[in-house]
Design a protein around this ligand. Sequence first.
Ligand code: FES
Ligand code: FES
Length: 530
Amino acid sequence: MSTLTLYINGKLHALKSVEVDPKMTLLQYLRKNGLTGTKLGCGEGGCGACTVMISKFDEKSQKIQHLSANACLAPLCSLDGYAITTIEGIGGMKHGLHPIQKRVASLHGSQCGFCTPGIVMAIYTKLRSSPNATPHEIEESMDGNLCRCTGYRPILDAARSLSNNKGGCCRGSGQECPCAAAEASSGEPVVNNNTTKVVSELKSAEEEMSEMGRTEPIFPPALMRYQRQSLEFTDKEVSWFQPVTMPELLTLKKTYPQARLVVGNTEVGIETKFKYFEYPVLVNPAHIPELQVLSFDETGEHAGLTVGAAVSVNALRDFMAELKNRYRNTERHYITRGYEAIHDMLTWFASNHIRNVAAIGGNIVTASPISDLNPMLMACGAQLKLTSADGGSRVVSIGSFFLAYRKVDVRPDEVLESVFIPIVQSPLEFVLPFKQARRREDDISIVTSGMRFVFERHATNSTAFVVREASISYGGMAPTTVFARRTMALLTNLEWDQEVFDKQVFPLLREEMNLPEQVPGGQAEYRMTL
Ligand code: FES
Ligand code: FES
């Protein structure tokens, strides 16, 4: 008999297996239990009305992590050993509003109020996890929250005013900041406009809390000693398994070859809700140590980054930023260029709430033809490690992994264990990400691309360069992520020259990436132009 143990707003919920519906989302559970402050908007991770804070004790770092997430996608079963905080847990009319709630209301950041709990929880989670977040960082944490009626200016003013880091934008903390680029291109001040000057004089959330003599709810101490164990929840339609060791996971995959692996449920959740797919067996591999590896080797034949398949998009993004900083002022600053490019691409990957829970492995195996990540991995020459109970492990190049639309080179008894991304080997090697979508934040791409070029100096012309190797990968141009192989071959050993591009490279690329007018997804001419 399994028991699902979680805390909601400090209260223990220990659910026996007969009480657990393996198909239930956290949002359904909350609302069924009277916590109706968390709203159902889109139900697919797109609007943020259902944002809650999920807190967990991370064994590796021995730290408590607070993550914002979409309750409409989070499976209840996946939350064993976690603490959930909803809008009711931070303040209300009965026991007094939280300073964030008060500020959003008093600066006119709420009209119908439907989006407001989600917006407040996004800000709250940011300030719990980064108490010194800059106004700009708080704003970024809300990229998954939509408001249909207020308009964003008063919401953003309220959000920014809650920072205790009054250095203005990130430039105040000495970090790179997109505000500088935005100001330079528009000629308009982004941060120090009049409104922001006024709101920057308001007290921070932390100051208000201490003046009110209040403290934030604590993380349940019992969860810091929580012994994670294998779980199984079954009803008539679905069985949910949570293995905790690799052999256990592989045995499950051998026993149930049709089982679908689920970490953040950001793909399977959509498929089951909106496309009516049925998955009778779901397996949550989030707690398998091998699938949580995040390690970097800077030397040797296998120098590069190994990323476990269950690592979240944001965990990878943070690690890549750390690597960039580690090598920034060193002689080998170039070795992280591929990671910087992937980091930049992941900035525009869905929303913060999705990036906190969506797993790298899920994104690869799902094989969306308009994936943001896969073109980058292909351009960087990533390799995938696939493991099964009987066959051991094999390594596949990601360039040959995508076989057809949503079809990948994984046997039914195999799981994707990790992905290896090599370092950039030479100062003359460059990696670049490209994405075009209808809007900047939280949107599906129209076309994506990852490009990597290795150059060498021209033999006779000291100012010219020759392409030694080219990797150009596209999403949104075929039923799978594809290499522009003919163009890559043409570029190899070609001089890097505008005229050569205009006369030879672009015409071939257009021919190679040609889309018929009736192509699925439409916009053939636009996509080819991109
Ligand atoms: Fe829209 Fe969850 S209801 S993101
Ligand atoms: Fe109405 Fe935001 S206040 S949706």
